[in-house]
Design a protein. Structure first.
Lengths: 138, 414
């Protein structure tokens, strides 16, 4: 069983943010800089006024590797995801619904959340895939 | 706004401090894949060899420095604590230091040089000891002996991870091969590095290790072996990863002038660079020139240039890290390391830049940075036997793979 995060006070918002379906990162209210992983102060202007802010949740794969999953399943694709909101705003996450052979740098992906105990774990699916179409239909 | 003076050029080095220090003695224990000896026993072998090599006795040693010091999470990673060595040798210490939040594995050598250069100590014993080979073997045996955990796969609460690893652990990213796999794939995408080119680092290491009697893996590896070996973290395969081993390496760093040594025995420190990479979170940047600031410091503090270097001992915990150091240190342009090592000629023993001449960590074993320094000293002292680089006068040693980085430029004494 994969471990789950045990966030401290600065990080707790991130792992529950998905409860309303939105991905959030800390953003400095003084200068607008997004910062991740969370930190008590803005690394650019050192303001302490940093607050979680929703992002679109769509990004692009910047790199990836494969991680062994269940015994008889293909490996997971785990990727660096970059976000359009800011050049250096990125995170590592698992891709879902993407076969290892289909993973590619530059592919557009969009967030969804898996619930594990009290954690809403961000994972990413190819943008424009079935989940997006379902959302568009309803 | 940041003050340019605070973030710009390297601090002006007091060359007199570093040049008051020499590496006066070197020593190494037995090295093997699994020796099943205590880390203290290996350490004392290396330490006493280094002290004797310096022409000293343990009564002369008044300083002690090590990476990482005692403790540490992974079994076999840390050697004995400074105080265990202190107690075993009944040293009288006036200065000692250890730690893991330092500019990589060369840091205790730099600190020792600063200590003797400033007068805090006269002769500092430096060591790095690993017993990862036998520790992993024991752990495997214990797991097999225990069988399946009671209750089988019945679900309980998931284990939890706090601190910096929380951002990766839930996605199965737990180890160093995975951390670097992301960089290598990105670099291949951006600069066209091929697996055939990357393979030259381990293939060349094996060729050199065949000439190093203490190397763990001395058999040759072919390109076909490499290309068909199992992936550890795609695109890094088995041969891209260094080999856990058991062994200790030690040095004595002395105040120059306090040592009577034969000509060519002492190794002098011409320059040093140290620095932390862009971010401790490795997924927060894609560039691989993380050692650029440390390398720039090193070159800004010496008249010597890349073309003066006779041999390079560059950290190769993963094959790719040696390429990243080649570029950061300016031995080739950024994005050009694949072409630089292509075919393996430039980095061969008789090439323009003999790289990791003892086999490095990929073939000789993960002695964790100080194995590279030991090899550099052997080369500068013309004691490298069948793998000797003729007339080696200048060596560069670089350790670390982001975020901690340190490098030294060394010369043979006249």
């Amino acid at each position: 069983m994969a471990p789950l995060p045990a966030p401290g006070p600065d990080e707790a918002f991130f792992w529950t943010s998905g409860s309303d379906g939105r991905l959030r990162f800390l953003r400095c209210r003084a200068c607008g800089t997004f910062l991740h992983p969370p930190s008590p102060r803005c690394p650019r202007c050192l303001s302490a006024d940093v607050q979680p802010e929703p992002v679109t949740g769509t990004g692009t794969v910047q790199s990836f590797t494969f991680v062994a999953g269940a015994a008889d399943a293909p490996p997971d694709v785990v990727a660096w995801i970059g976000f359009p909101e800011q050049d250096d705003l990125r995170m590592t996450a698992r891709l879902v619904g993407v076969a290892p052979a289909d993973a590619a740098i530059g592919m557009a992906v969009t967030v969804e959340f898996e619930e594990h105990e009290d954690v809403h774990l961000p994972v990413f699916r190819a943008a424009g895939g079935p989940a997006d179409r379902r959302r568009a239909d309803t | 706004m940041r003050d340019a003076a605070a973030s710009g050029a390297a601090a002006e080095l007091d060359h007199d401090v570093l040049r008051r220090a020499v590496i006066s003695g070197i020593g190494q224990s037995d090295v093997g894949r699994r020796l099943f000896r205590s880390s203290l026993s290996l350490t004392l072998d290396a330490a006493l060899a280094a002290v004797e090599d310096a022409g000293l006795t343990r009564d002369h040693i008044d300083g002690l420095a090590a990476y990482p010091g005692g403790g540490g999470a992974a079994p076999g990673f840390a050697g004995p604590s400074l105080l265990e060595v202190h107690d075993s040798l009944r040293l009288e210490l006036s200065w000692y230091t250890s730690g893991v939040d330092v500019p990589a594995q060369l840091s205790p050598v730099m600190q020792a040089a600063m200590a003797v250069g400033s007068g805090m100590a006269r002769h500092v014993l430096v060591y790095r000891t690993v017993t990862e080979g036998s520790a992993r073997s024991r752990a495997r045996a214990a797991t097999e002996g225990a069988g399946s955990p009671p209750g089988g796969s019945s679900p309980g609460p998931a284990p939890r991870v706090e601190g910096p690893m929380q951002w990766l652990a839930a996605y199965g990213i737990t180890g160093a091969p995975q951390w670097y796999a992301f960089y290598v794939r990105r670099y291949m995408h951006d600069f066209g590095l091929t697996r055939e080119q990357l393979a030259q680092v381990p293939l060349s290491a094996r060729t050199k290790a065949a000439l190093n009697p203490k190397a763990v893996y001395r058999e040759p590896v072919s390109l076909d072996d490499y290309l068909t070996s199992r992936m550890i973290a795609d695109p890094l395969c088995l041969y891209d990863c260094d080999v856990p081993c058991d062994g200790a390496t030690a040095f004595v760093v002395s105040r120059a002038g306090r040592i009577d040594a034969p000509s060519g025995h002492l190794v002098e420190i011409q320059s040093a660079g140290a620095g932390a990479g862009p971010r401790m979170y490795r997924d927060q940047f894609a560039d691989v020139w993380w050692a650029g600031p440390a390398a720039d410091q090193l070159w800004s503090r010496t008249e010597l240039e890349q073309s003066d270097v006779d041999t390079a001992q560059l950290y190769d915990g993963f094959s790719f890290l040696a390429l990243a150091w080649l570029e950061s240190l300016g031995f080739c342009g950024r994005g050009e390391a694949g072409d630089f090592v292509d075919g393996g000629r430039r980095i061969a023993l008789d090439g323009e830049l003999p790289l990791n001449t003892g086999g490095g960590q990929l073939a000789a074993g993960r002695l964790h940075g100080l194995g590279h320094l030991h090899e550099a000293c052997l080369q500068l002292r013309a004691q490298a036997g069948a793998r000797q680089v003729p007339d080696a006068e200048v060596a560069i040693v670089a350790t670390g793979g982001q975020p901690n980085m340190g490098c030294l430029l060394l010369t043979r004494s006249r």
